[in-house]
Every structure is written in structure tokens, then in C-alpha cells.
Unconditional design. Structure first.
Length: 415
């Protein structure tokens, strides 16, 4: 009986409370009430040209809780999730193949002011400054190098790139050849003459040209392959008079070794040969025309190695992993020869111990015994650094293969 009375009283109290709230009247309606305290925002909205629609209609509570919230600024949802409740078209873009990092992370306010701005799309800065606020290295190269692509020099990044996402690499607004030939007339006589009559209009402009800036004329990339630099295109390609002018006169690998015979002799003389080298797939890593990277590699080492070794990329991004500095910086060639080696795993040194102690000299002198005189009881072979340490990454401190406080040592040292 007591429980029933308590239930009735509780319901009665809630009804009375609900009715009392219906009689509460706000001092002002909408943003007028908010602006009684937030006067700086009122001035900001009044002065700026591009005002966010909810702010314009005075609906602050579409984004902010009026009382309390678990997110900064009392937002009713976190970051991009809040923006996507209205901007569903932008949310759909996050599923495209190439997405701007800021959008991928839901960091919309890195570029856009959520209230108002003097710039289109509520950008925090003009277009020529907003992109360079993150892409500062690119800004430096455009300013310092002798020749800059006019759209890049003017900071008109969205002429070529989509600010949110794209179906094309580097967030290009369309396929590369279409982007270039929006401005450059491939049918122009001077264009054809500059390219010796080869049908370069098929695309691939960035094989030779840097799309942003260069110290070389005509935006040719920093490192140019001798035949390309000397306009000796026919030493590799069939030529303009042929039905397929860009066809190679020999298989790609044979062409490379026609000039670089000393390289192949050196590579093939080693015990272990990198698979692309073994298959004569030089252009998997090297550009036959020009590159912004030493040795004509087609991409920075960070991207190039991971294009095949995807497992290593996953290792770096693994949660709670301790990653070897060389790997976290993706300096693979500090430890591995990219072509061939006399050691397993294409090491640049004669063995694991000499490789590791090259950077860690103290470990070779003041550590657990290693080398031919110390035998690993688990394998019967010499103890090396990798008997206890993972060479790339581990879930244990110091890249150990087990917990040093519990199970690692007793794997060999039985108690």
C-alpha cells in the first residue's frame, strides 16, 4: 500500500512540475537572449558578411545547449557530427576515395567559422591563406623556388583541388589530364612543338612537371632523367611517326639496364634481391622522366614503401604500439637496401648486430651478451638484438617481444 501511495505522489509531483515549466517565460526570444551576455558574438555577426544560417535566424540552440553539455562550448554533438546534422551533402563526401584530413577527422572549424565570417563559405581566412595555414611547406616552396604555377602562386588552390573530397588522388576536381587541359591548350602548335609531337595530351603531365613550383624552367621537376632532359624521347619511345608513339622500343627493364648495366651486375651478384628488382620492374619505384625526390623515386619514401608493404603501415597506426624511430619516420633505407643485399631482409649491414649498434653503440658494449659466443637456447643460433627486440614495432616498451617484468626473460632463463 505504501508503494502505491509513493507512486501516486511521484506522478502528481511530476505533473505539477511539468505544468509549472510551461508557465516559464524567457526574458528575450532566441539569440536576443544569448546576446545579452555574448555581446562579442552579436558584434561579430553584425559586422561580418557571411553569417551561418542558424545564427542569422537567431537559433543558437540548434548547436548549443542552453544549460550544460559534455562537449566544449556546450555543443549538443561533437565536432563534425554536429555539422553533419544539417550538411548531409558534406557528410556524403566523407565516403569518397580521397578525403581532406580535416574533414575526415570532423574538424570543420579548422577552416570554417561556425558563426560568421567576412569570407565566402564562412572561411576563417581568404582562400590563399586558409590552405597554407596547414600546408606551410608547400607555401615555402612556392615562395622560394624560381618558377611557380600561377594558380598556386595566387593561392587559388580550389582551381585544381576539391576542399572536401574527391574521386581523384590529391583531391583533384577531375582527372589529372582534364584539370591541366582546362587551362592549357594541347592543340596549340607551340604546345605540340615543345613536346616533339608526342601525344602528351593523353595525360600524365606530372610525370615531368611539378604542379606547384620548381627551380627548373617550365616547372620541370627537381631531378630530371638524362634522356628526358636532353629531349632524347625516341631512345625509349617509338616516336611521333609510329601508330603508337608512346610505345616503348623494348620492355621497360631492358631499357633501364641498357644504360645501367653496372647496376644490374651489382644487384644480381647479391644473395637477396628485392622482388621488383628481380622482376626488372624499375618503374615501380623510379620515374623514367623526372621526380622531386632523389634517385627519381616516384613518391616520398613514406608513401613508396607502404604502397606495397601495407602491413608495416598498419603496424605504425596500431593502437598502443611502440614504433622504431626509423619506421615512424618511414626511413626504411636506413636499415634496408632497396635493391639487393647479402643479408636476409635486405639489410644494409653485414648482420643484425652491426646494423643495430650503428645507431645504438652502447647497447653493443653494455647489454645482454650477443654475437657468436652467446647462443640463443630457443633457436640454437647466435643471440642478436632481435632475439629480444622486435625490429619494427611492439606492444611492449623498448620494442621487446614480451613483458620484461614478467615473461620475456624466463623464456630462456628457466627459474
Amino acid at each position: 500500500m505504501t508503494k502505491k501511495i509513493n507512486l501516486v505522489l511521484t506522478v502528481f509531483f511530476l505533473v505539477v512540475l511539468a505544468r509549472s515549466f510551461t508557465d516559464v517565460k524567457l526574458k528575450e526570444e532566441g539569440s536576443k537572449l544569448c546576446f545579452t551576455c555574448h555581446k562579442d558574438k552579436k558584434l561579430e555577426v553584425a559586422d561580418d558578411k557571411d553569417v551561418h544560417f542558424p545564427v542569422k535566424i537567431g537559433n543558437c540552440t540548434s548547436c548549443h545547449s542552453p544549460h550544460a553539455g559534455k562537449y566544449k562550448y556546450m555543443l549538443i554533438k561533437k565536432g563534425g557530427e554536429l555539422c553533419f546534422t544539417c550538411h548531409e551533402d558534406v557528410k556524403a563526401e566523407t565516403h569518397m576515395p580521397y578525403v581532406h584530413t580535416a574533414l575526415k577527422k570532423g574538424e570543420c572549424t579548422k577552416c570554417h567559422d561556425p558563426h560568421a565570417s567576412n569570407f565566402p563559405y564562412q572561411l576563417k581566412k581568404p582562400e590563399d591563406r586558409i590552405c597554407f595555414s596547414c600546408h606551410s611547406a608547400l607555401k615555402n616552396s612556392i615562395e622560394k623556388l624560381k618558377d611557380a604555377h600561377p594558380p598556386a602562386a595566387a593561392g587559388e588552390c580550389t582551381t585544381c583541388h576539391s576542399p572536401h573530397a574527391s574521386g581523384y588522388e590529391y583531391q583533384l576536381v577531375q582527372a589529372q589530364e582534364k584539370v591541366c587541359f582546362t587551362c592549357h591548350d594541347k592543340e596549340q602548335k607551340s604546345f605540340k612543338k615543345a613536346h616533339l609531337g608526342y601525344p602528351v595530351g593523353q595525360g600524365g603531365c606530372t610525370m615531368c612537371h611539378d604542379p606547384h613550383a620548381s627551380d627548373s624552367p617550365k616547372l620541370i621537376k627537381k631531378y630530371s632523367h638524362f634522356p628526358m632532359r636532353e629531349m632524347m624521347c625516341s631512345s625509349c619511345h617509338a616516336g611521333p611517326g609510329n601508330s603508337d608513339p608512346l610505345k616503348l622500343v623494348k620492355p621497360a627493364g631492358d631499357l633501364c639496364y641498357g644504360c645501367h648495366q653496372d647496376k644490374i651486375d651489382n644487384f644480381d651478384s647479391k644473395k637477396v634481391v628485392h622482388n621488383p628488382v628481380k622482376k626488372r620492374e624499375c618503374i615501380k619505384c623510379h620515374s623514367p622522366h623526372a621526380s622531386d625526390y632523389k634517385d627519381f623515386i616516384i613518391e616520398p619514401e613514406k608513401k613508396l614503401c607502404f604502397s606495397c608493404h601495407k602491413d608495416m603501415k598498419k603496424t605504425i597506426n596500431g593502437e598502443g604500439m611502440y614504433v622504431h624511430t626509423a619506421l615512424s619516420k618511414v626511413e626504411c633505407t636506413k636499415c634496408h637496401n632497396p635493391h639487393s643485399s647479402n643479408t636476409e631482409d635486405l639489410l644494409v649491414s653485414k648482420d643484425v648486430v652491426s646494423l643495430c649498434t650503428g645507431c645504438h653503440p652502447r647497447a653493443g658494449k653494455h647489454s645482454h651478451p650477443i654475437g657468436a659466443e652467446a647462443v640463443n637456447p630457443k633457436t640454437g643460433k647466435a643471440m642478436t638484438c632481435t632475439s629480444c627486440h622486435a625490429s619494427h614495432a611492439s606492444r611492449y616498451e623498448f620494442f621487446l617481444k614480451g613483458d620484461r617484468k614478467e615473461g620475456l626473460c624466463v623464456q630462456c632463463h628457466k627459474l
